[in-house]
Write a protein that binds this ligand. Sequence first.
Ligand SMILES: NC(=O)c1ccc[n+]([C@@H]2O[C@H](COP(=O)([O-])OP(=O)(O)OC[C@H]3O[C@@H](n4cnc5c(N)ncnc54)[C@H](O)[C@@H]3O)[C@@H](O)[C@H]2O)c1
Length: 364
Amino acid sequence: MMNENAIEVAILGCGQMGQHILEHLRDCPWVRGITVFDRNADRMESLKQGFAVSTAATLDEVLRNPEIKLVFITASNNAHKELAVAALEAGKAVMCEKPMATTLADATAMVEAAERTNGFLQVGFELRYSRLYTTVKDWIEGDLLGRVLNTQCTYISSAWGKHSSWRVASKTSGGMFGEKLSHYVDLVRWWVGDEVEEVYATCAPNVIPYYEVHDNYHCSYRFKNGAVSQLTFMMGPAATFKGDPLQNAVSQQSGDGHMLRYMICGEKGAAETDVFPRTIKRWEFGDNDWGQTSAWVQNETWDPQYDFAYFHNTHDQARDIVRRVAEGKPPSINPRDALETTRLCFAAELSATEKRPVRLDELK
Ligand SMILES: NC(=O)c1ccc[n+]([C@@H]2O[C@H](COP(=O)([O-])OP(=O)(O)OC[C@H]3O[C@@H](n4cnc5c(N)ncnc54)[C@H](O)[C@@H]3O)[C@@H](O)[C@H]2O)c1
């Protein structure tokens, strides 16, 4: 049943991600109506066939409609800043997909626009809504791991992006770190609860020859509180996936070379999340006559029907954002927090390019 405070929303950019958002919001009790705008008019027409949505011929039509309170920006990365700043200045609340923008200056301008207009801006880091990772956050907040000291993430995937995709060109993508890895550094910042001081990223020559962006990294970063993190990423080795990476990905990519595993080590214990075997584990450290001990105390799994909730939980994120805007609540992720993840991504890219460690305060 529709909530009495339900609002109208718009989706700006209706490719793969925009259509996911549309699916998520179709029967959302907080949504009274959905308008879509894409610069590709044919795409909008085909959406009208499948969904009960209105279409806007221009961005201005969306921005001038006082009924529309919230816009989801799911256009390609190079359009985010222009759309977000225009929407905030028109008084709309904004949910913008990651990465915030293709440059740090543009991402900063978005946050400044939100602050100047006293507006709502939330960036799409949906892994903060995913049960696999909120479980780790709960363990940390419940002091089961102690202070987080050391994390390691290994991520191996198949290639995405056709030869002509905006994703593979540096200018339209903004770099692989923002486009693909921002989720995974954002999680670690969230778990550690501190800011990164210095990052060092190295890259080998690309496996995928037509990518302008890097397709691999070994990246280390050190937090101000002394914690360290490592992220190893390789794109290309896992078997080519022909489906939609947000749908049935866990089942279809399991055992074919895809890997996405974290080990999180604290002073009192450790945790491991492993997407493809669907496991989450916890260890508790102790001490006895023998010396330091580690006991394996938790080992959970989940049913494949809950993959969405455990992994890329864009569903709950989209609905939570609509509810927050309808109820006049602030974003669940502060835009300055999202900007720090963005700064870390650009620092990692700079480090890889200049082949040297980069301090985050070098990037203003
Ligand atoms: N959170 C996630 O896990 C996740 C997953 C996939 C994509 N994304 C993000 O979602 C965004 C879209 O990705 P996608 O896979 O849907 O790309 P896509 O290429 O399938 O769709 C992008 C759409 O944006 C439209 N567009 C581009 N510029 C526009 C503008 N100025 N105004 C209106 N429409 C415009 C294009 O016509 C296209 O239809 C990207 O920022 C991407 O990083 C996030």
